[in-house]
Design a protein around this ligand. Sequence first.
Ligand code: ACO
Ligand code: HSE
Length: 369
Amino acid sequence: MIDERFGLSRHVTLPGPLRLDGGALLAPVEIAYETYGTLAPDGGNAVLVCHALTGDQHVASPHPRTGKPGWWSRLVGEGKPVDPARDFIVCANVLGSCMGSSGPSTINPATGHPFAMAFPVITIRDMVRAQAMLLDHLGVGVLRAVVGGSMGGMQALSWPATFPDRVRAAVVIASTARHTAQNIAFHEVGRQAVMADPKWRGGDYRDDPPAAGLSVARMAAHITYLSEAGLTEKFGRKLQARDAKGFGFDADFQVESYLRHQGLSFVDRFDANSYLYITRAMDYFDLAEEHGGLLANAFRATAARFCLVSFDTDWLYPTIESRHIVHALNAAGRAVSFVELSSPYGHDAFLLDAPEMNRVVDGFLKAVA
Ligand SMILES: CC(=O)SCCNC(=O)CCNC(=O)[C@H](O)C(C)(C)COP(=O)(O)OP(=O)(O)OC[C@H]1O[C@@H](n2cnc3c(N)ncnc32)[C@H](O)[C@@H]1OP(=O)(O)O
Ligand SMILES: N[C@@H](CCO)C(=O)O
């Protein structure tokens, strides 16, 4: 019996093999994860929380290195909508990432060196299959719910499509069922920034990463997580305190130094090759294409209930993408709740204080209890 009221970083090596969508077999499969709460004797209270592109398993406990609160501690924790007093909560670092699960920085048993670009290309569905292997290991059969935002929402959609009998409810926030040309275009700019950095060296950078390229990639991506109104409210055209030199190409505008800060701090916490692999997995995501070209087909085999939330200023995954999913769920005869929330903060609103989002998720999860 697993009995952890509070988050505890763990790591498991599963023998596998895991057959990936690209055809490769991954073995062993390393998974870093945290659990909170107690698995009920009937196993019926498990909730899987899925993280976004650069997230990790520390969803509700302080990050072990920075001490910052868990990235979704506003939604997950004692007295929150996902509550360890009621739920057995699992959050795992996704396949391809760099926080302890198998990815390009994992040591390749065949060479004794990091896989780097020899790591197989992965998909969102591969991430979900790895999570299913972890749940098997933890003795979890059917999930009470799977919950995720952004790329976490893609996993939450992929779960009932991939394992129709293993999930009773899915909460999909600020997400999409496919990457659009614009989404792919922004990711490609970031990947090219990484690959154009001479330090990238085809991925074999070891202890001297392509920091400049990764930082620029994050700066470009971060703009897509915000909104014009949010940036205007926070920075407008405000300048830094100028020195005697006046005009020039230092970070004169505050928004510039903010973006540079976001880029530099990202390099401290994320691996460049993982960035390539995970953005690629998101670009390949097209749930309709995986199901004969019709999104409704993805949901026909499941009896899961769905809750979708979008934000009106999210131009990365705008509300129209959520509506597209709602129409497909309706066509498949699935029960779905959908709400568009108002926020000035763009896509990343799901990570910020969002009382309305909490109320919606709380009400939905209580209804499917
Ligand atoms: C989704 C998952 O699964 S987890 C992964 C999610 N985490 C991330 O994406 C981390 C990076 N993203 C962010 O910080 C996102 O904006 C959010 C939504 C998570 C946080 O938003 P906010 O709390 O509004 O933080 P904000 O965007 O204002 O950034 C604050 C930082 O910018 C710095 N900053 C603010 N203004 C400036 C400026 N003019 N010049 C330089 N730095 C500045 C602050 O000092 C602060 O630095 P710190 O994070 O090192 O303490
Ligand atoms: N800002 C979040 C969401 C991006 O989709 C992240 O970096 O993971």
